[in-house]
Design a protein around this ligand. Structure first.
Ligand SMILES: C[S@@+](CC[C@H](N)C(=O)[O-])C[C@H]1O[C@@H](n2cnc3c(N)ncnc32)[C@H](O)[C@@H]1O
Length: 226
């Protein structure tokens, strides 16, 4: 593994000059160690997503709902959802080696190796999912703001987009600093989605990080080209 990738795991500043493919390769490089190292350091985003999903979707509905876990990695969110009774769960991630580990858990129905960005993902039809989840996938070099258009396309009207973000990363991440919160507000103003923002305490997303927010957008439209 290159020193650059090793350093960029934890130093998000180093990711600013990396291409999306280099970011994916960084995750490929440490896929085998991901859970040990990151859970050891206190990664907890998947737990917050699991709690929200448990609070939001009644037990008797879960088996019928289609969920796409984006930035699925090795499948920590999938494991949470499976324990809660969700069964129709797909995974999307650009790092094939992370997905290879997720596959061994026999939780996800489809594992799609792709970036979520401004491009249309042809293998996913419009209005496919009741819910999109993303844990630990909103920081430097990962899911860009423009990817919300594709999420809006593939989520059903009335479906949700659920993700966590550490507040300080909004300010330090180039693609989010000036764009993320205004975009969320613009979509709300236009009626594209209804926003729920749940404040998360210091350490709730990652033991080493400060406070954050769990966002849940209830999408009202079938597809919007912006
Ligand atoms: C910190 S890991 C989180 C994995 C998992 N959700 C968890 O909670 O452990 C971030 C994941 O996002 C993926 N990723 C990076 N860029 C992405 C993109 N543009 N679209 C979707 N996933 C992306 C990475 O490959 C990596 O597996």
């Amino acid at each position: 593994m290159s020193d650059r990738y090793r350093d960029a795991r934890l130093n998000f500043n180093l990711r600013k000059t990396m291409t999306p493919q280099q970011i994916a390769d960084m995750y490929n490089d440490f896929a085998d160690e991901y859970e040990e190292k990151h859970l050891g350091l206190g990664l907890r985003s998947h737990l917050r997503i699991g709690e929200y999903m448990a609070d939001t979707y009644p037990q008797d509905q879960r088996a019928t709902l289609r969920v796409l876990d984006v930035g699925a990695g090795t499948g920590l969110v999938g494991e949470m959802l499976s324990e809660l009774g969700f069964v129709q769960i797909d995974a999307l991630d650009p790092a094939q080696k992370m997905l290879d580990i997720a596959k061994t858990k026999n939780i996800y129905q489809r594992l799609i190796c792709a970036f979520l960005n401004k491009d249309r993902i042809d293998e996913i039809e419009t209005d496919q999912y009741d819910c999109i989840t993303a844990a630990g996938a909103f920081n430097e070099g990962l899911i860009p703001v423009c990817a919300f258009h594709e999420m809006i396309r593939i989520v059903k009207p009335g479906g949700r987009i659920v993700f966590t973000i550490t507040d300080k990363y909004i300010d330090v991440t180039d693609g989010y600093r000036n764009d993320l919160l205004p975009f969320i507000q613009k979509m709300a103003d236009e009626g594209v989605w209804d926003v729920t923002a749940v404040p998360l305490a210091d350490g709730a997303i990652h033991l080493l990080d400060g406070p954050g927010t769990l966002y849940s957008f209830k999408v009202n439209v079938t597809e919007k080209i912006l």
